[in-house]
Design a protein around this ligand. Structure first.
Ligand code: ATP
Ligand code: MG
Length: 399
């Protein structure tokens, strides 16, 4: 039994939200062929039909829009049956000294007993049949929920926390500038959490960056695809642009101009795909490219919204999320990123926008952007896909 999150407050959009969540849950569970999934107006039900509940529970934990959910048993609308099941469900988790309460909801107004009478009937029976258990109204150890609905009584005795957020797809589509670092995968996760469907854009510079570095970024994408379903991964060749910048732009502005070029290309790709914004993993003050002055000079090339979910987070907070979503161990593999290689020892921390525009005049921006966009490669990546699974890859890079 799945309880909806924030979407219950969304008034007239409610129907769309429920439909999208239903689709997302179906997608996340599509390889369990016996499941029956029913998205109703106040709850969503996943009927197991003999499928492995532990595996289904793990998958559900990654679906945004779910507040929490409870493994539940459906029985016929018979209070005596309910009593027997209540006792056996509580006995499963009872340890001496534990307290409980019954919490009843009655949707079927024709059921002969009222909410309170059901509480009393089930509670009394549990007290008489579970040795040593006590009732406690505030913060009991076990809450047994009885939900009397049209199609039966649902009993559940534990609640599992969901991923929260809004169903992916209800917030439209955006792109994400994804590197192989710690931050951008976390930012992508947070964007998805607010309901946005995200396509990844990754700039790579062979031979300065290795095939392993590219594989690592794809594998990071596969990790976060767990939260959104399949993700389009767009590789942008960036070598020529970086070489051109290196040759023609003063050292202090190398980083700024590289970032401007990246964002300009991202702008074109984002519009082509009918996406409505660009996410990045930037956080204020973290490195030279992430000062307000620098953001201003870089942001100058686009008027799409640039969304920075990590803007005010500390590195330690970001790492915590990276560990939680399972991207941290991959992110810290020491493969060179295209930016690190071309980063000068002392980039300007406060670049000037008009100077940036002027130095950019040294290179043929339009031609370079057009060529890069023409040569993108798109891969469709699913949850759990592997691109970097052998130890050999890792060692080859490190040697
Ligand atoms: P991250 O951990 O996400 O790599 P970072 O702390 O290394 O971030 P920067 O290198 O300054 O910070 O990158 C800032 C942001 O620019 C990244 O979060 C990402 O959104 C984008 N970015 C950097 N490198 C790339 C790349 N090769 N391809 C796509 N986007 C990139
Ligand atoms: Mg980085």
């Amino acid at each position: 039994m799945v309880r909806y999150g924030e979407l219950s407050t969304k008034g007239k959009n409610r129907k769309d939200f429920i439909q999208q969540l239903g689709n997302n849950v179906r997608h996340a569970l599509k390889d369990f062929s016996s499941l029956h999934i029913l998205a109703q107006h106040d709850r969503l039900h996943v009927k197991l039909n003999g499928e492995d509940s532990d595996k289904v529970i793990e998958r559900l934990k990654g679906v945004f829009g779910i507040e929490n959910f409870s493994p539940a048993i459906r029985i016929e609308k018979d209070i005596d049956k309910a009593k027997e099941f209540a006792v056996s469900m509580i006995q499963e988790q009872f340890k001496p000294g534990m307290t409980f309460k019954i919490k009843t909801r009655r949707q079927d107004k024709n059921f002969p007993l009222h909410t309170r009478e059901i509480n009393d009937a089930l509670g009394g029976y549990v007290l008489n049949n579970v040795n040593g258990i006590k009732v406690k109204m505030k913060n009991p150890d076990i809450v047994l929920e009885a939900d009397v609905r049209m199609n039966g009584i649902f009993l559940s005795s534990s609640t599992i926390e969901g991923a929260g957020g809004l169903p992916v797809g209800t917030g439209g589509k955006a792109t994400m500038m994804l590197s192989g670092g710690i931050d951008s995968p976390v930012a992508a996760y947070l964007g998805m959490k607010r309901g946005v469907k995200i396509d990844m854009i990754h700039f790579y510079s062979p031979p300065y960056t290795s095939p392993q570095a590219l594989a690592k970024t794809k594998e990071l994408t596969a990790k976060i695809a767990r939260f959104s379903g399949n993700v389009q991964f767009i590789e942008v060749p960036f070598t020529e642009i970086q070489e051109e910048i290196k040759a023609k732009v003063p050292e202090g502005y190398l980083m700024t101009i590289q970032r401007r070029m990246m964002l300009k290309i991202a702008d074109v790709i984002t519009r082509q795909r009918n996406c409505k914004g660009i996410f990045t993993g930037e956080s204020l003050g973290q490195v030279a490219s992430q000062t307000l002055e620098s953001m201003m000079a870089i942001n100058d090339v686009t008027n799409l919204p640039v969304l920075r979910p990590l803007v005010s987070m500390d590195k330690t907070e970001i790492i915590k999320i990276a560990e939680k979503i399972g991207t941290y161990d991959l992110s810290i593999l020491p493969f060179e990123d295209c930016c690190t290689i071309f980063t000068p020892p002392a980039p300007k921390t406060k670049p000037d926008t008009s100077k940036a525009r002027m130095f950019e005049g040294n290179i043929d921006v339009d031609d370079l952007v057009e060529k890069a966009v023409k040569n993108i490669k798109v891969t469709n990546i699913g949850p759990g896909d592997e691109f970097l699974n052998s130890q050999e890859d890792v060692f080859a890079e490190l040697l």
